[in-house]
Every structure is written in C-alpha cells, then in structure tokens.
Design a protein around this ligand. Sequence first.
Ligand SMILES: *Cc1c(COP(=O)(O)O)cnc(C)c1O
Length: 331
Amino acid sequence: MTAQPPTLSDVLAARRRLAGHVVRTPATTYPALDDVAHAAGVTATRLVVKHENLQRTGSFKVRGALNLALRGDLPAGGIVAYSTGNHAQALAHAARQVDLPCTVVMPRDPNPVKERAVRALGADVVLHGPDLTTAAAHAGELAAESGARLVSAADEPDLVAGVATATLELLEDTDDLDVLVVPVGGGSGAAAACLVTTALAPHVEVIGVQAAGAPAAHDSWRTGQLVTRPIATRAEGLATGRGFALTQELLRAGLTDFLLVDDDAISQAQHAYLTAGRTVAEGAGAAALAAVLAHPARFAGRRVGVMCSGGNASSDELLRALTSTGATVPA
Ligand SMILES: *Cc1c(COP(=O)(O)O)cnc(C)c1O
C-alpha cells in the first residue's frame, strides 16, 4: 500500500517543527559560476545555488529525518535505516536529538567520510552486503527483531514534507525562478520540490537528475512502472536501485522532465563548484549543475535554481574532481 502523499500544510507544519533545528541555508549567485555555464554554451543563464551542502550533517536529508523524529511518535526501540550515508547521518542526528537508538545498515565499503560521521553521531553501523538492496533487506530483519521503526529511503511522507522546506526557502529567497533542478535518488527531494512549486509557484519547472549508471527512478518515471535497475555510479547519494511508489506518484504529477548525467559530467560539475563557486559538493550534490552544463539549449536564458544537496565528499572524490577536465573557469 502506498502512503498518502503529504500536502502543503504538512510542509508548513514541518517548517514550524524544524525552526531552530536546521540551518536556513543560503541561496547564492556566483558570477564566475555563471561564466562557466556560459562557456559551456548555456548562454545568458543565471544560476542560483541552494546550499544544502551547508546544512547540518552536510545534506538536505536532515530536514526530513528531524521532521520524522520531532513528531514524537517513534517507538522506544528507535530507528533502523539502510543507507549509503547521508540518510544515515540525518537519521542518526535526529535520533540523538530525541534520545532514541539508531541502527544503520550500510553496504560494504561505504564512503569513509560518511561512515565515520554516522558512528560519531552515536549510531550503530552494520556493514552488510554489496549494495543498498541487500542492506535494505537486512535492515528490515533487524527492525522486525527489535521493534524499531524501519525508515524507508523514500516512501515516507514525513521525510518528503521535511525536505520540502528547502524548496520553500528557495522560493522565498528567489522570486524570479524559471526552473529548479533537483538530484534524484529515492526521489524525496524532487517530489518535495514538485509539491511546493505546484502549490506556490506553478510556473516553475522542476527537472529531476539521476546518474546514467543508476537510472531506476528515471526509468520508473519514464515508463510509469516501479522498475529496478543496476547501480553503477560513484555518486552514492543517487545510487538507488528501484523506484518508490510515493515519490514516483508525486514526480508523475509534478516533474517537467528527467535528465541523466554520467559520472564524468558530475566530476566536472564538482570541479566548477570548487573553482568558481568556492563550494564543496559531493557527487550527488553536483548532479543538478552537471545537468545544466550538459543541456545548454534547455537552460539558456533562464533563471535556474540548482539544488546543491550535499557536501560530504571524500578526499579521493575531491581529488578526482579537481583533476577532471571539461567545465572550467574561462580565462
Ligand atoms: C539522498 C541524496 C540525494 C537524493 O535525494 P532523494 O531524496 O533520495 O531523491 C541527492 N543528493 C544528496 C547529497 C543526497 O544525500
């Protein structure tokens, strides 16, 4: 059964609940970053970066996790989740805020930055299986044993309502947006963006972006079916192997288009963020910018919001980005 989608009033309730618990992140323009876009052929575009890389725990996901936890109705067994990292950090942080235990199942060989952060937030980390699909099954077993609340990666109305507060802030801070580009893994962030723009700014197009190597959400949206797909991308925030019912329902209603970018384009966008925007973005966090740079005709002449969704990049990842060629600051 599909959970009921949240409404704008759920988003407003989330905003009241989250006040003082999350950063109101800046929405920033960078002339040098616009120059990079212009040099890539995206002529006369003006970008505005929503800086969720500066959010607590380093990604927008904490908005959803705190919205879930601060409702006050979690069981004494706490939370069990499966995650490649940012969802885990967000839930670990949220569980700690309400003094409940949190267990996170991660696939083997996680991003070390993210694994360390989850442990530092007091959560138990269980490394299990080669990918998120296997980790998810194990998390389900652990939750059934302990009575903890299993928190899905995406079929969670409270997560969607919470992360929607990021789009709400962006619309408040930027009154002339034409398009909002949002990276997609499970789809909560993009579904939330659709929910808020449909209600408050229906002229704003929302465009989703996923990694070409892990296109489950993209293919689910295109086919109208919940499909599973292999996962082959370095951007672990986008590495989701299946479509989720709740977020796909919202995406079908609200998304204008869905683009795919390859990992090299993502590295180049990270490079552009570092050099022209003084911004550390992890792969998933740079995917929206990568899509803009890869599709000049679509974004030329428009005011484009790019969701910089997270900043938890490993040093290897940043080195790769800095040595990647392609989108660079024009001389
Ligand atoms: C999880 C994540 C995404 C994808 O968000 P969904 O809500 O799962 O679609 C994008 N960027 C970052 C940094 C993430 O952590």
